[in-house]
Write a protein that binds this ligand. Structure first.
Ligand SMILES: N[C@@H](CCC(=O)N[C@@H](CS)C(=O)NCC(=O)O)C(=O)O
Length: 215
């Protein structure tokens, strides 16, 4: 059975849990505690030298890293139900929406970045959570909201009525922003999509609060 190396509160792990649940793929969870720095332990680094979760190991022992590449791999390996649309324009759109979150928002607010701001730059919690985090969420989600409006493709989900990788990336990012108490009222289109995703069984099953390692 596939092994997913995951941490309940990691939004990139949350992406994988949603994708696996959406496709109904069985897997075993291997818990990697970020507060305990288990992602930097030698045995985990042997698996994923970047020291990041998630990682996925298949029955043949292949190790997969980088959540968006993993989701596209799973989608090609197990095409039904899909997480990517047909048609290269639609594929571009889903990748672009996913990358706004995965490349422009998430990396700026990652654990190691926030820790660096505290330990190496000496910023206090108010500056980090109240200013840095909130600033990049606001800039990123403004861009996301404007992207959806400009492209005119969104509906119940980011791409019409089709649940895709873009929604898989969106849900954990919004949950994180809520946890940091960001004001999300300026993104009505994005938030309506989030609410439509939140009621899906696959999203509920993947929710951080329901994971065995939740603290
Ligand atoms: N681009 C990577 C990012 C993975 C990542 O940053 N994971 C975070 C948790 S969401 C992590 O492991 N952080 C540990 C650390 O920063 O030391 C992906 O999409 O998989």
């Amino acid at each position: 059975m596939m092994q997913l190396y995951t941490f309940f509160r990691s939004s990139t792990s949350f992406r994988l849990r949603i994708a696996l649940a959406w496709k109904g793929l069985p897997y075993e969870s291997q818990y990697v505690s970020l507060p305990k720095m288990e992602q930097r332990a030698a045995d985990y680094l042997a698996l994923n030298p970047q020291g990041l979760v998630p990682s996925l190991v298949d029955d043949a022992g292949h190790v997969f890293t980088q959540s968006m590449a993993m989701i596209e791999y799973l989608d090609e390996r197990y095409p039904t139900p899909s997480l990517m649309p047909g048609g290269i324009e639609y594929k571009w759109y889903v990748r672009a929406a996913s990358q706004i979150i995965g490349c422009e928002i998430h990396p700026l607010n990652n654990v190691r970045v926030l820790k660096y701001l505290k330990n190496a730059c000496g910023l206090d919690d108010q500056k980090i959570n109240g200013e840095w985090y909130a600033h990049w969420i606001a800039e990123g989600l403004t861009g996301f909201e404007q992207f959806l409006a400009a492209q005119g493709q969104s509906g119940r989900f980011c791409l019409g009525n089709q649940f895709t990788m873009a929604d898989v990336c969106l849900v954990p990012q919004i949950q994180n922003a809520k946890r940091f108490k960001c004001d999300l009222t300026a993104y009505p289109r994005t938030m309506a999509i989030y609410e439509n995703c939140a009621v899906l069984d696959a999203v509920k099953a993947a929710d951080p609060a329901g994971q065995a390692d939740a603290i």
